[in-house]
Design a protein around this ligand. Structure first.
Ligand SMILES: Cc1cc2nc3c(=O)[nH]c(=O)nc-3n(C[C@H](O)[C@H](O)[C@H](O)COP(=O)(O)OP(=O)(O)OC[C@H]3O[C@@H](n4cnc5c(N)ncnc54)[C@H](O)[C@@H]3O)c2cc1C
Length: 57
């Protein structure tokens, strides 16, 4: 995840750079590897993404 398409596949909203209808949910969007349990962050990102997709559709 990065605002710059040269440094990340998705932007801060988990949207794939340059593709308006493609989003990625899951730990693969993490910009760095963490050391603590990741599931809560994954769920928080998924809920945020769902809220965003609802506003787009
Ligand atoms: C043994 C173990 C214990 C863990 N314990 C904890 C814990 O206590 N707390 C915690 O917070 N985290 C824990 N984790 C980490 C947590 O499980 C992962 O970070 C989390 O599941 C990642 O979620 P994800 O959706 O990004 O990926 P995944 O859960 O790996 O989901 C990816 C999905 O994509 C599917 N897939 C893969 N390739 C394809 C394909 N080509 N086509 C279609 N589908 C595909 C897979 O089948 C899978 O269902 C643990 C992990 C392990 C391995």
């Amino acid at each position: 995840m990065h605002d710059d398409p040269k440094q990340g596949v998705v932007d801060r909203n988990c949207q794939v750079h340059g593709v308006s209808n493609l989003f990625i949910a899951g730990s693969s969007v993490f910009p760095t590897g963490g050391f603590a349990n990741p599931t809560l962050t994954i769920v928080a990102l998924a809920i945020r993404l769902a809220d965003r997709v609802k506003t787009i559709i």
